[in-house]
Write a protein that binds this ligand. Structure first.
Ligand SMILES: [Mg+2]
Length: 364
């Protein structure tokens, strides 16, 4: 990065209302609270009028159980601001090394700034080799009665989604298998069905769910057992009858090497906010691919800046399976206009330079 001494970092707090309350490790939350980050390179602003300065945006949206607290995030951003002045981008990244949400914001802003300088969309700046301008995405269907679940799945299919992910694990295994069976009957064989249990089950319950889901042609069962149960997931894979096992919560607990050594997953879910940035997530994705485990990308229900970053990340991963990136409507308010169009089960990647978000700061 050139002219590091002219970079300045600003951040401001935000609070985005959720469309529906969200259950987290720390209880129910009604909003996603975090910090919008802006990097400005005044060296690019030759006439000092502000309109020429190169700008990069980032977002830190902590989530209990997945990242540092909001307070620790703010302190980390404060440290990054100071470190940037004295030591440049690498010192700033080092100052937030252990605060994943703060690091996510800073590294995203640095990547956005650099891609903007190079007049290239972020995914092309990130990626190597063939890249696609569209990322397949899944519809996410929450817990509901069988009738509600069927109606939501039909609506998703009508909107063109070829993949639906159903939340399971809040009712009995028998009730969940019945919900999935009803959906399969309603949507036919052309739709890919996945299920996410968010650590809900014992091994025996997961075994029984797996057998029922296999009969319904479920493609992926995500995190059936608690995050700690690495061997349990490996054992489930032995009898999965064609259903792939995905780990999500388990990634943070164990890391890629332990998961792969144990043979605990066919698929691993990457959340850039929880991993410390799209740069880190991209390295993890490459490592997983090398070990023949499929990476897929989702978010921690973030604002438009982080969501768009995750879309660019997914577009830079070769042959990425359908990702959990159609999450914008889980927020009732947002940081700005969403540049990502969701169209027939794909996220259309913005082709503007950098991230492609423009109106989030408001005063430029
Ligand atoms: Mg999950």
């Amino acid at each position: 990065m050139s002219a590091a001494e002219n970079l300045s970092l600003e951040y401001r707090p935000f609070s985005l209302d959720l469309a529906e309350p969200l259950e987290t490790a720390d209880g129910t939350i009604a909003s996603r609270d975090g910090f919008l980050v802006r990097l400005v390179d005044e060296a690019d602003d030759r006439d000092g009028a502000g309109d020429e300065a190169a700008v990069g945006y980032g977002e830190a949206t902590p989530l209990p159980g997945w990242t540092e607290s909001r307070e620790d995030c703010e302190r980390a951003l404060e440290r990054a601001q100071a470190a940037l002045q004295t030591g440049g981008p690498s010192a700033a990244l080092e100052a937030v090394d252990r605060q994943v949400a703060a690091r996510h914001a800073l590294s995203l802003a640095l990547s956005d700034l650099q891609a903007t300088r190079e007049s290239t969309p972020l995914y092309r700046y990130l990626g190597q080799g063939p890249m696609v301008g569209r990322v397949p995405v899944n519809a996410t269907i929450g817990d509901g009665s069988p009738d509600e679940t069927v109606a939501a799945a039909r609506a998703a299919v009508d909107r063109g989604f070829p993949t639906c992910k159903l939340k399971v694990g809040l009712r009995s295994v028998e009730a969940d298998v019945e919900r999935v069976r009803r959906v399969r009957e309603a949507v036919g064989d052309r739709i890919e069905l996945r299920a996410d249990a968010n650590e809900a089950w014992t091994f025996e319950e997961a075994q029984s769910a797996l057998a029922g889901f296999a009969d319904c042609g479920v493609s992926i069962l995500e995190q059936p057992l608690p995050a700690g149960a690495l061997e349990g997931h490996a054992d489930l894979r032995e009898e999965s009858r064609g259903v792939s096992i995905a780990l999500d919560e388990g990634l943070l607990e164990h890391g890629v090497d332990a998961i792969c050594d144990a043979g605990a997953a066919d698929v691993v879910v990457l959340k850039p906010m929880a991993l410390g940035g799209i740069d880190v997530a991209r390295q993890v994705a490459a490592w997983l691919t090398e070990l023949e485990v499929a990476p897929l990308v989702t978010t921690t229900i973030d604002g438009v800046v982080a969501r768009t970053g995750a879309v660019h990340l997914a577009a830079a991963i070769p042959d990425v399976p359908a990702c959990g990136l159609a999450t914008g409507d889980l927020l009732a308010t947002d940081l700005g206009r969403d540049p990502v169009l969701i169209e027939k089960g794909s996220a259309v990647v913005p082709q503007a330079k950098g991230l492609g978000v423009s109106d989030v700061w408001g005063d430029r």
